[in-house]
Design a binder for this molecule. Structure first.
Ligand SMILES: NC(=O)c1ccc[n+]([C@@H]2O[C@H](COP(=O)([O-])OP(=O)(O)OC[C@H]3O[C@@H](n4cnc5c(N)ncnc54)[C@H](OP(=O)(O)O)[C@@H]3O)[C@@H](O)[C@H]2O)c1
Length: 311
């Protein structure tokens, strides 16, 4: 198995596409999770053989057992402590968070490295916050190589810490997911589902991942054996109000909401939140068809839910 940031494409040298599932077998962690569930459905739709890992990330031997049983071509880590109802949970459950997000994430990266297996690791961009070099509204996003500047929450701290450690594993592709939205507007991990349920929301532009577009791209990244760190959102930003305006336009014309300031928000949260724009040049170069955030949100999230009124 060769790993390379430029990938090995999907052609057999004579210009003809080869069957894309040939030799593929995915081992996926995060069966009950949002991204893990989507991965299974994509594999079924594409005819890719797959198995869900039954081991726990902090239990290294259980990961070895899963790999021995599944004999995968690629491993996907969509498992992690994310917190319910939100990441504030991590502030009060630090050991569980460390065991999944740091020790566990390192275990699976290291076991895959031992076995020569590529690993796709769904992580986070929550270690960046607008600053004077990347001011809000400037269009200047953080690149993959810039130092992290936010560790205000324990969740962000673990994600930044583990990225620093795992990025040197040449078999790992780290995908920085951020404020995910998806066509299933009832899913508790959908940012839209979250914010329509809040009494008040802040109104700040942010990088956003449209999962219906991006998770299939991550499967393609596995097929191309891409590695390294990738900002994994759609290009551009959307504010909370812009998201809610689209929700009102497409789904529920009677929807109303109230805004409050970051200072007011801080009073009802256990840990501060970050807000940022990301530079998506690297991902766009590999996937030129990737849609800007507003177009993607309309195509994949709002159009399919037109006038369903899920409030
Ligand atoms: N920063 C962001 O905005 C952002 C947004 C979305 C996703 N992400 C990242 O993407 C990854 C997947 O997110 P998601 O939204 O799909 O999360 P999710 O819906 O909360 O699912 C998490 C999954 O991880 C599993 N899990 C947790 N700890 C585990 C452990 N120690 N060993 C084995 N499995 C474990 C859970 O299973 P159990 O219930 O059995 O524990 C669950 O299946 C996470 O790492 C998350 O941080 C980041």
């Amino acid at each position: 198995m060769e790993f390379g940031a430029n990938g090995n494409g999907n052609c057999n040298g004579n210009g003809k596409a080869k069957p894309i599932t040939l030799g593929l077998k995915f081992l996926i962690y995060g069966r009950t999770g949002c991204i893990g569930g989507m991965l299974g459905r994509i594999c079924e739709a594409q005819g890719i053989p797959f198995a869900y890992g039954s081991g726990r990330l902090e239990d290294r031997e259980s990961l070895r057992d899963d790999i021995a049983a599944a004999q995968p071509s690629h491993v996907f880590n969509a498992a992690g402590a994310t917190g319910r109802p939100n990441v504030d949970w991590c502030e009060f459950n630090k050991i569980e968070t460390l065991r999944s997000n740091v020790i566990g994430a390192l275990n699976i990266a290291d076991v895959c490295w031992e076995k020569g297996l590529p690993l796709i690791f769904y992580s986070s961009a929550c270690m960046y916050d607008y600053d004077s070099d990347h001011p809000l509204g400037s269009g200047i996003g953080f690149t993959e190589n810039e130092p992290h500047n936010f560790k205000g929450s324990f969740f962000s701290k673990t994600k930044g810490m583990v990225e620093e450690l795992i990025k040197d594993y040449e078999n790992v592709c780290i995908l920085r997911v951020r404020m995910p939205i998806m066509s299933d507007l009832t899913h508790p991990r959908n940012t839209i589902k979250k914010i329509i349920g809040y009494e008040k929301v802040v109104n700040i532009p942010n990088a956003i991942s449209v999962l219906d577009e991006l998770i299939p791209i991550s499967v393609e990244m596995a097929k191309r054996n891409l590695t390294g760190v990738w900002n994994f959102t759609n290009p551009g930003v959307l504010s909370h109000n812009e998201l809610l305006e689209m929700y009102r336009e497409y789904v529920d014309p009677n929807f109303t909401w109230k805004n409050f300031t970051v200072e007011e928000q801080d009073k009802v949260l256990a840990a501060p939140r970050c807000n940022m724009e990301l530079d998506i040049t690297k991902l766009k170069r590999e996937f030129p068809e990737l849609l800007p955030i507003k177009e993607s949100a309309i195509k994949y999230v709002f159009e399919p839910n037109k006038k369903k009124n899920l409030a």
